[in-house]
Design a protein around this ligand. Structure first.
Ligand code: SAM
Length: 428
């Protein structure tokens, strides 16, 4: 989501000011930090990064330094106190106002801050996406209304707001006209999508998938992130009906203990999560599922933790993520006593990561000698004779081939595997 937002910042500044991105800070007229506050570590990083560009202002007094994203949203004007040399602060929902904020900063000499949530206005004002690639992200909804007790997102990105149905289809059609073949629908909870149809009725996520599936030029559809609570039978059935839907789903579960899931206010039990997974795999037998986990949530006992390891063994996840619980200011869980011993937390993190690693090895092993339908994305950075493609289950596959294959779907037989790494050869 943040990568998508960064692209949009570049788009609005290109359109309004003719700016182009540079990798060299010394060359820049504007330096923007797009920040994440989902965990404390990410939040602290921005202040150390800001310190590093401060001196550039002495060399270039007209340099504009901006902070966007969720740290900006959470901290607002308080950032000026810690870093008074910052010129503009904007949130995830006001990035389209960036040219105005910069112009006002230049005209008045006053630093500017706008972290409001003007709902869907942003999408109407963003320039049409220009792309040379074959894959593209398309934002379909913003924000989150789930209010999980550990999570800062509803406070930094606002509540769930869906883009109108037709606007999404028009954007995707313009992307396929530019050569895009794979679309990733983006949102905090994409399957909470409830977009307005032209007749004033409401569309759900399953209907959106059906319509995207029919757009000429769309060859593969992915989406991220989805919430287990919003996995309707209609969405599950889409996996049986829509062959262009990739055989991979990222479905964050967070933990395997009902007691902790309730304390997190996730809105499902372990049994309900497993029932969703079972029905998904009935609809699409080769579906690969990945997830997010949090260890060390307040009150997590050895028994709760053992239940998480059990869930990992039962479901068989592909490449997944595990985080140490990080209390976020303003969230209900931050009021609870952070009572899991830090060494215990660290040990649980390592145990979950080891268990998840076994799942990754198992999936790689199952892929050995199979033929995968791969979208060729780029030349390998490690070896320029090799190409990189992505399989339907979202695995990166390396194989020898000519650059001219980039942008095409081809068949590749997997000949060697090593946990995350897959090697193959083209099947003609
Ligand atoms: N919307 C998705 C959901 O909740 O199902 C996940 C989006 S969240 C931005 C990405 C991941 O960050 C979460 O799934 C969770 O594992 C992790 N996360 C969020 N808040 C956290 C916290 N306070 N401490 C540790 N990890 C956290």
């Amino acid at each position: 989501m943040n990568a998508y937002d960064s692209d949009k910042m570049a788009d609005v500044l290109r359109e309004s000011e003719g700016m182009t991105p540079t990798d060299d800070p010394l060359d820049a007229d504007v330096i923007l930090f797009n920040t994440c506050s989902v965990r404390e570590k990410a939040q602290e990083k921005v202040f150390s990064d800001l310190g590093r560009v401060r001196e550039l202002k002495d060399l270039k007094p007209n340099l504009i330094i901006g902070v966007g994203g969720c740290v900006a949203s959470q901290e607002g004007e308080a950032i000026f106190k810690r870093a008074p040399y910052v010129d503009v602060i904007f949130g995830p929902q006001t990035l389209h106002r960036l040219p105005d904020l910069i112009a006002r900063r230049r005209a008045t000499g006053q630093s500017q801050c706008d972290i409001s949530f003007p709902e869907i206005e942003k999408f109407d004002q963003l320039p049409v996406t220009q792309t040379k690639g074959v894959t593209a992200f398309v934002s379909i909804m913003e924000g989150c209304s789930k209010y999980c007790t550990f999570c800062v997102v509803p406070y930094t990105r606002g509540e769930e707001v869906s883009r109108p149905f037709d606007d999404i289809l028009v954007e995707i059609a313009s992307l396929t006209a530019q050569g895009v073949k794979e679309i990733t629908l983006l949102g905090q909870n994409v399957n909470a999508y409830r977009g307005l149809l032209a007749d004033g009725e409401q569309a759900d996520f399953a209907l959106l998938l059906e319509y995207v599936h029919e757009i000429p030029g769309v060859e593969r559809i992915r989406f991220t992130t989805s919430h287990p609570r919003e996995c309707t039978q209609r969405m599950i059935d889409a996996y049986a009906r829509l062959p262009k839907l990739a055989a991979h789903l990222h479905l964050p579960v967070q933990c395997g203990s009902d007691r902790i899931l309730a304390a997190m206010k996730r809105g499902y039990s372990v049994l309900e999560y497993k029932s969703v997974v079972r029905r998904l795999r009935e609809a699409r037998p080769n579906l690969s599922i990945s997830s997010d986990f949090i260890v060390g949530f307040p009150g997590e006992t050895e028994a709760d933790f053992a239940a998480t390891l059990q869930l990992i063994a039962d479901v068989g996840f592909d490449i997944s993520y595990c985080f140490l619980y990080s209390p976020r200011p303003g969230t209900p869980a931050a009021e609870l006593k952070d009572d899991v011993d830090p060494t215990q937390k660290q040990s649980r993190l390592l145990q979950v990561q080891a268990a998840l690693h076994q799942g990754v090895i198992a999936v790689s092993g199952q892929m050995l000698n199979t033929v995968q339908h791969v979208l060729v994305e780029s030349v390998s950075k490690r070896d320029e004779r090799e190409l990189i493609g992505r399989s339907t289950n979202n695995r990166v596959v390396n194989f020898t081939g000519d650059k001219s294959l980039i942008g095409q779907f081809i068949e590749v037989r997997i000949t060697a595997t090593n946990a995350h790494w897959l090697h193959g050869e083209r099947v003609l």
